[in-house]
Design a protein around this ligand. Structure first.
Ligand SMILES: NC(=O)c1ccc[n+]([C@@H]2O[C@H](COP(=O)([O-])OP(=O)(O)OC[C@H]3O[C@@H](n4cnc5c(N)ncnc54)[C@H](O)[C@@H]3O)[C@@H](O)[C@H]2O)c1
Length: 253
């Protein structure tokens, strides 16, 4: 029987998901990968050895339970859940559509919530851990992104509360909060909201960092390293924490 640890990773086909999958695989973990986009999962399977690939729309709790069931059927145990699925929408509150609001809440908050719900019994059995991908937008308000900030702020505080609930069982729960990271989500933001000038949109993002002309975007591999660390025995004392990976952007002005 294969006793190597198992991570269930959502958003596995995305920019951070791919880097996280690769980091865990390199560390000897089996990776159960899920994403909305079957094509992205297929591409990932050519880069990283995957123990399971389960396309699913995680806005629906039944789908969360289905992905968990598939993971257990294929792998037989679960040691870590990493919620990296997410979406970006921005715009002023007074014109923000209900559809975009619901999408942000359903993917960024509800899907993570019900992935946790589905996996808690199995994580209790292994005294495993959960890492939720939040954002600097979960630590502070960002201009023009109130709904996204609401979804990530809720995710960060949900994580703290769950950490307290699961502490007696030895299950640790943390958030990782990157600032602008070089992934397809950032490209999407720049294309959709850049007013025809995606490079200008990105330059405006970089201008807000304290590094000045040396500012750059976070690399997905830098996020993956922190996520991986939080799932190691060396992180046994860390739960209910929020790890900023943001060049000091959320440290103050
Ligand atoms: N890129 C950034 O600048 C940045 C910064 C801070 C936080 N984050 C957060 O980090 C996480 C990873 O982001 P990323 O940059 O890798 O984004 P990405 O767009 O590259 O990947 C996100 C993945 O989530 C999947 N997804 C979307 N809706 C889904 C659904 N309904 N069901 C299942 N999967 C779904 C997408 O198919 C995609 O593969 C997200 O939660 C995001 O909000 C991103």
């Amino acid at each position: 029987m294969n006793e190597s640890p198992v991570v269930l990773l959502t958003g596995a086909g995305g920019g951070m998901g791919r880097a996280i999958a690769a980091r865990f695989a390199t560390g000897g973990w089996r990776v159960s990968a899920t994403d909305l986009d079957d094509g992205l999962l297929s591409a990932l399977s050519h880069e990283v050895t995957l123990a399971a690939t389960t396309p699913a729309d995680l806005r629906h709790p039944a789908a969360c339970h289905g992905v968990f069931a598939e993971t257990m059927a294929r792998c037989g145990r679960l040691d870590a859940l990493v919620n990296a699925a997410g979406v970006w929408r921005e715009g002023p509150v007074e014109t923000f559509s209900e559809a975009d609001f619901d999408l942000l809440m359903d993917v960024n908050l509800k899907a993570a919530f019900f992935m946790c719900a589905a996996t808690i019994p199995a994580l209790r059995a292994t005294r495993g851990c959960i890492v939720n991908l939040s954002s600097d937008a979960g630590r502070q308000g960002n201009i023009g992104a109130a709904a996204y900030c609401a979804s990530k702020g809720a995710l960060t505080n949900f994580t703290r509360a769950l950490a307290l609930d699961l502490a007696p069982d030895g299950v640790r729960v943390n958030t990782v909060s990157p600032a602008d990271t070089d992934t397809p989500m950032l490209d999407f933001q720049a294309e959709r909201y850049g007013g025809g000038d995606p490079a200008g949109y990105k330059a405006a993002l970089l201008a807000k960092y304290p590094q000045g002309k040396a500012a750059r975007f976070v690399r997905p591999e830098e996020v993956a390293e922190v996520v991986y660390f939080l799932c190691q025995p060396a992180a046994a004392a860390i739960t209910g924490a929020d790890y900023a990976i943001d060049f000091g952007y959320s440290a103050g002005r």
